[in-house]
Write a protein that binds this ligand. Sequence first.
Ligand code: 6PG
Length: 251
Amino acid sequence: MIKNIESIQRNDQQGVNRTDWEKITPIITKDMEELSLFAYEKVITSAAKAKAENRNFYIALSGGSTPKRLYEMLGENKEKIDFSHWHIFLADERCVPETSKDNTYAWINDVLLSKIPLNQSQIHKVNTSLESPEVMAINYQKEIEIVFKLDSNGIPEFDIIIAGVGQNDGHTASLFPGKPALNIHDRSVAFSKPGINPPHVDRVTLTYPVFNQAKEVIFLASGENKRSVFESQTGPAFMVNNPNRIYIIAY
Ligand code: 6PG
């Protein structure tokens, strides 16, 4: 565990009016390696807890660039990790073929999934070969309901969601400012038109209820280009109503 960083736990209670919340204080790390190691230890601790409770470990991963080193660490330490009870989902996906450089599953598969011992039944991706983003979202939600054994429109409880913070607009997953997906509170998956940042393709995304219900949400942000979104804290990444969310930054 990194000793010189205290994890900043939000002191607001669930259900408090978000606008009354104190400004979020992120955990500042000195570089990407330290950010990734902090997140790595959070993931491993959560996975070990699930194993100790003899249950599956449910994690949702985001795309983007910041989580890359975390994913590499998980692969590099695969001998120390029991992946047998892991179920890996995507926090969002671009509605492009897996052969596209913009497909998040393909990127995470290349960086992590192909390097660790998982059965295909433990990997849950958005089927981007289906006819429309709406059908992709419905299909992905059905898979979530099956794996988590939920009723229709039930909301899953992930152990951990690894999320990013978008530059310029503070989006997270594919919850973009001003888009209808922000207003979906009765199901776990939505589709969305793109936000202001590339790639400008339709998306499928987990919704706020899923972020709000997760045991932990770890937001990872890197680069000076994120400083402004943390100063304003108005983007969707800051709208998640979950007391067990933390923001780890490496400027
Ligand atoms: C995606 C991600 C997206 C990402 C943020 C931050 O599909 O790209 O889901 O939400 O997490 O844009 O990306 P960086 O980590 O590259 O800054």
